[in-house]
Write a protein that binds this ligand. Structure first.
Ligand code: BGC
Length: 242
């Protein structure tokens, strides 16, 4: 199955072995067009399909709320996405929220594997994405990056982009992540929190500054999770992660 992950800075795709949770060819990354309007992004999706000679169904992630293939929010991409039937636009596509896709992959093949109870996969990138699992079953579109912290959207205080834009030290950013995670912990009392997104490979730099009661682990699949989860969803394997 072909998986495509639409992010704020890049659109990445690769064919995936959905049983093994592995890419079967090198992924292709194309910078997200600016503006990231529906026709411009659809063109990139089409060229990724063409690159892999793909004519069949495809799984695609989107960095916003997606209900029945229709985009409902677009915090970090062009606002003209709201109301667009992305499943139809991309042609025979299963479209789901980016963090939900990454979460599905982590729960099936990564750190969440075999974990029952409440598990949260939180992705730190341009925004903060969330995927909530109860006994391995996804509760889609939770949008915990938009919880309010100090009167602001949490992702405007603690996303990876905020750290980069403000050239923040890892310990200062780690404190912000801790504060955010404490809030999430208070609301959900999860059994496990998995930290995903590109920054998960730098976990040794900030996780030592994060002190909460819930176990917190970096994601195992790093930047492949979205592609793998998109493919899983399209293959219809993702209703239950395990
Ligand atoms: C969006 C979410 C998305 C997250 C990560 C947030 O701003 O509202 O839908 O999962 O960014 O891309």
């Amino acid at each position: 199955m072909l998986g495509i992950d639409i992010g704020g800075s890049g659109i990445k795709g690769a064919p995936v072995d959905t049983k093994a949770g592995e890419l079967v060819e090198d992924r292709l990354r194309i910078p997200t067009p600016e503006p990231s309007s529906p026709p411009a992004v659809a063109k990139v999706v089409k060229s990724i399909r063409a690159h892999f000679g793909w004519t069949g169904p495809v799984g695609v992630t989107f960095p916003g709320v997606v209900v029945d293939g229709v985009v409902r929010t677009a915090a970090n991409v062009d606002p003209s996405w709201v109301g667009v039937d992305a499943a139809r636009l991309f042609g025979e596509a299963t479209v789901l929220n980016d963090a939900d896709a990454a979460g599905l992959a982590e729960m099936s093949f990564g750190c969440g594997r075999g974990h029952e109870g409440t598990v949260l996969v939180l992705t730190f990138g341009t925004g903060i994405g969330s995927a909530l699992f109860i006994d391995g079953v996804l509760v889609p579109n939770t949008e915990l990056g938009h919880l309010e912290l100090h009167g602001k959207d949490a992702e405007h205080r603690a996303s990876s982009r905020v750290r980069e834009d403000h050239e923040m030290s890892w310990d200062k950013w780690g404190e912000r992540v801790e504060e955010y995670l404490k809030h999430v912990e208070m609301l959900f009392s999860p059994a496990l929190i998995v930290i995903g997104g590109g920054v998960s490979k730098k976990a040794d730099k900030f996780l030592p500054h994060v002190h909460i009661d819930t176990p917190v682990v970096p994601a195992a699949l790093l930047n492949q999770a979205g592609i793998i989860g998109a493919a899983q969803a399209a293959a219809g394997l993702a209703r239950r992660a395990h």
